[in-house]
Design a protein around this ligand. Structure first.
Ligand code: NAI
Length: 464
């Protein structure tokens, strides 16, 4: 039995990236994964399959809404759900097999099964105890349970994000509980595929934590696409009868109880870390009061040789945050310096339009006592966005009014998820709005809207 330098538990974006970087740094690495395929939630039942469904349903929406306007007539596109599911699964398979290939290429052993940490340096999988100098916990998260609502993914009526990816058919009506990222992405998918979708949200705004102007514009645009919203409503329970579900919610404004019926209910009220079966209690690994593994600045737990990253630890539950932590902790274990800049982690919602943000919102900057100036540019002034018929939305830069340093950026519009990265790079380099404004951007591209927002922080945008 080999003595490993590192055993990573979990092969999601945090775990597999950590394993690969550690192997590249010359460590002998194994990764424990109990699923039949590598890649964790993201590749198997999260980011990747949902993006395939978002892409396909967006194409359908375009064919109905915009093709005729562009002179593409009589596009009678029908949905074959089985084929669409097959396309989604092929996308997943291609990616999970890709990780398997990368493991082989980097000589990483995949230990198949579920891990239990018997003691520091000892990981039990099945009946075998594997030894390693270091252990990284990268076990991710699972959908949170909601009191009064029992998820039954196999039944296909009340489902969570996993069940929503494999519904037996496209429901005529759907209630989405929670207007967060998952609810809006998957709600959009089924709305575009023809379902009558109602989102029931506890707060008065969608996508909590986002820039307030983006929240408003986003809700307006989704409403225009056909999604309905019940805001300020706390879901209390749901029942299934005769293949349909009845969802009961209480309106905050008057405490009145309401009932809404649908063919399908998607519970999307957050995720919680999962460390089930690892034996952390017995090891004395410290946890936070929110059930996350407590770590120091170098992702080390209080037990020597045991580290943790990704959704299992505090912070944003995002695949790319986990990847960054995976790379950084591998560097630390290899005796080098690992660093993650938590101030510059982008967030993207892959609806149409996409929504993307990085850094401080205007509200957060002001609450923090900063003096800020705002540079805003509407896609209506961007020729490329207009040619693509995607000119709704805007770019908003939040900039320190004394130093001109970029503090944050919030985009709703075409390719927002890609555009945000030039601002991420600018922020990493401590750039000012003027730096962005003086950078030549190719014409005609949607990226010009970012430059225009930067220009709006100084002498003024040109195309408004
Ligand atoms: P979320 O935390 O983003 O949103 C949950 C929403 O449910 C909140 O708005 C909350 O107010 C509402 N809610 C909670 N209890 C409720 C109740 N009883 N009645 C009505 N509303 C209620 O959670 P979500 O969307 O499930 O996502 C989980 C995590 O996964 C997030 O951290 C998210 O960032 C991450 N994720 C990120 C993606 C991306 O980056 N594109 C895609 C999918 C997930």
């Amino acid at each position: 039995m080999p003595m490993y330098d590192l055993i990573v538990i979990g092969s999601g974006p945090g775990g597999y990236v950590c394993a690969i970087r550690a192997a590249q740094l010359g460590l002998k690495v194994a990764c424990v994964e109990g699923r039949e395929t590598l890649g964790g939630t993201c590749l198997n039942v999260g980011c990747i399959p949902s993006k395939a469904l978002l892409h396909a349903s967006h194409m359908l929406y375009e064919s109905h809404e915009n093709f005729a306007k562009m002179g593409l007539m009589n596009a009678k596109v029908n949905v074959d759900w089985t084929t669409m599911q097959g396309y989604k699964q092929e996308t997943v398979n291609g990616n999970t097999k890709g990780i398997e290939f990368l493991f082989k290429k980097n000589k990483i052993d995949w230990i198949k099964g579920w891990a239990q940490i018997e003691a520091p340096g000892k990981v039990k999988v099945g009946d075998t105890v594997h030894e390693a100098k270091n252990i990284v916990i990268a076990t991710g998260s699972v959908p949170s349970e909601l009191k009064g609502v029992t998820v039954d993914n196999a039944g296909g009526v009340i489902v969570n994000s996993t069940g929503a990816l494999t519904l037996p058919n496209i429901p005529k009506s759907m209630v989405v509980i929670g207007a967060g990222v998952i609810g809006l992405e998957l709600g959009s998918v089924y709305s575009r595929l023809g379902a009558d979708v109602t989102v029931v949200e506890y707060l008065d705004v969608i996508t909590p934590g986002m820039d307030a102007e983006v929240q408003k514009q986003f809700q307006k645009m989704l409403t225009k696409q056909g999604l309905k919203f019940v805001m300020g409503a706390a879901v209390k329970g749901a029942e299934v009868a005769g293949g349909k579900a009845k969802v009961t919610y209480a309106l905050k404004k008057d405490d009145s109880e309401q009932v809404i019926e649908a063919d399908c209910v998607l519970v999307a009220t957050g995720r919680r870390p999962t460390v089930d079966g690892l034996g952390l209690d017995a090891l004395g690994v410290k946890m936070t009061d929110r059930g996350q593994v407590a770590i120091d600045d170098h992702w080390a737990t209080n037990v020597k040789g045991i580290y943790a990253i990704g959704d299992a630890v505090p912070g944003l539950m995002l695949a790319h945050k986990a990847e960054d932590e995976g790379m950084a902790v591998a560097e630390v274990i290899a005796g080098k310096h690992g660093h993650v800049n938590y101030d510059v982690i982008p967030g993207v919602i892959y609806t149409t339009p996409e929504v993307a943000s990085v850094g401080l919102t205007e509200e957060a900057a002001k609450e923090g006592g900063r003096k800020v100036k705002i540079g805003k540019f509407p896609f209506m002034g961007n020729a490329r966005a207009k040619a693509m018929m995607q000119a709704d939305g805007f770019v908003k830069l939040v900039v320190d009014s004394e130093t001109d340093r970029i503090l944050g950026c919030h985009i709703i519009g075409p390719s927002a998820g890609d555009l945000i990265h030039e601002v991420c790079v600018a922020m990493e380099f401590g750039a000012s709005a003027e730096d962005l404004a003086l950078t030549c951007h190719a014409h005609p591209t949607v990226s010009e809207a970012v430059r225009e927002a930067a220009l709006a922080c100084g002498g003024g945008a040109i195309h408004v």
